[in-house]
Design a protein around this ligand. Structure first.
Ligand SMILES: [Zn+2]
Length: 425
């Protein structure tokens, strides 16, 4: 690709940017929390059909996925769960094929009064777009679509097969991405525009979700001594798991990438529910937890360590010793992923990055996970993760920086053109 062609593509991103923002705003306005992603998938399906892609829109069948590597259990009604893939087929086969993927599920907005503007009424202010999912990662998904549009607007068309994939469940199990692989979609590389602050994810953690189910013995609080408080017992277990977190962070010092970080393994009791009445000793407490693991750490082994930690803590507890808590695996059972054997797509992306940003792209050692793992680990498809800057993801007043979004869209467009190849349309 010569400099003049590159410039045409970059200019096309600039001219399309207003439309890109309008589409992003519409996409962010859909409250696509877990189980409610349908309207987002409808919108993506429409956008792909309008552009002439061949659209595959299907219901995900958990039975097809449950034995695949990296599957995480689903507990909610999954009858409306869908994946949407738009496929572009080239007239001339020249370059290498590509999967572009985004997730349309977003995490809950949390207490609305914490937001300056409503989370699902996106607002553009001071060069930023605010809204739940504006950063993670709806702006990235729409950016990828407009990167493809820019190639077309520059009078070009890719010379390799491209699958544009919109998935769900990225924030809870990853089975959306897994479903596209089960369906048979493959390519020479995968690219996921998560908001990485303009860096390339080199290594990322895996995640285990589990629920502590703690029992107590209910009595009137007037005779609390004769009862056993399940909420207090749950705190006892949480404290034991905090010690496990310290141990795992010690172990992380042996990892060639994560040793550079101070505290890569984060344990989070994220949801707590328990008890029925302020004047009754609670008979039950459920705590939903998340903990990270590093690339190369076996999920099964670390599940065993969690079980052993909880069992040991229960043995040291007056009531739990005879009434052991249960552990339920409630979502992610995901390995970490380190990007290796990706010289070819990294070189193509490096060239694109250099044109837009000048210089070489920096690596990111990431203490959260992305869907890239399924492509890399399950099928040896090198999977790049790179995207815009923003902030307050999973918090309130989430935003994406629009200048960075424009730049990442340009880098994506140039990467696609280089990797897939282009010819005059
Ligand atoms: Zn994300």
């Amino acid at each position: 690709m010569n400099a003049e062609t590159q410039q045409r593509i970059v200019d096309a991103v600039d001219s399309g940017f207003e439309a890109q923002l309008a589409t992003t705003r519409d996409f962010v306005a859909i409250p696509s929390t877990r189980g409610a992603e349908g309207p987002c998938q409808d919108m993506i399906g429409d956008l792909l059909r309008q552009r002439g892609y061949e659209v595959d829109d299907w219901h995900i069948n958990v039975d097809d996925l449950k034995d695949l590597r990296g599957f995480g259990p689903i507990e909610h009604d999954f009858s409306k769960a869908r994946s949407v893939v738009g496929t572009y087929r080239p007239q001339t086969n020249g370059g290498k094929s590509l999967i572009l993927q985004g997730h349309c599920d977003v995490v809950p907005a949390g207490p609305l009064e914490l937001w300056d503007t409503p989370p699902f009424s996106p607002v553009i202010k001071d060069g930023k777009m605010f809204g739940r999912g504006a950063c993670d990662m709806k702006s990235g998904t729409i950016g990828a679509l407009y990167a493809l549009d820019a190639i077309k607007a520059a009078g070009l068309r890719p010379t390799a097969r491209i699958h544009f994939q919109s998935v769900i469940e990225e924030e809870s199990t990853g089975v959306g991405a897994l479903s596209t692989l089960q369906r048979g979609y493959r390519a020479d590389a995968c690219f996921i525009p998560e908001p990485t602050g303009g860096k390339m994810v080199r290594s990322q953690v895996g995640v285990i979700w589990f629920r502590l189910r703690v029992k107590g013995h209910p009595t009137h609080v007037a005779f609390a001594g004769s009862g056993a408080n399940a909420i207090m017992a749950a705190y006892h277990l949480i404290q034991a798991l905090q010690k496990l977190e310290i141990e795992w962070n010690e172990r992380a010092k042996a990892d060639r990438h994560f040793k550079t970080l101070n505290h890569p393994i984060n344990f989070n009791p994220g949801i707590i529910k328990g008890g029925d009445w302020a004047s009754s000793v609670p008979a039950w407490c459920d705590v939903d937890c998340r903990i990270a693991v590093l690339p190369g750490w076996s999920i099964a082994d670390h599940q065993k360590e969690i079980m052993a930690c909880v069992a040991a803590a229960a043995r040291n507890h007056r009531f739990l010793a005879n009434n052991p808590p249960e552990i339920e695996w409630s979502g992610f059972l995901s390995e970490g992923y380190e990007l290796t054997d990706a010289a070819a797509p990294e070189a193509a992306f490096g060239k694109a990055f250099d044109v837009v940003y000048g210089g070489a792209v920096e690596d990111l050692v990431f203490t959260a996970l992305t869907d890239t793992r399924f492509y890399g680990l399950n099928h040896g498809i090198p999977s790049l993760c790179f995207g815009a800057s923003g902030g307050e993801m999973h918090g309130f007043n989430e935003f994406v920086d629009l200048e960075s979004l424009k730049k990442t869209t340009k880098a994506m467009a140039l990467f696609i053109a280089d990797w897939c190849g282009v010819e005059k349309a």
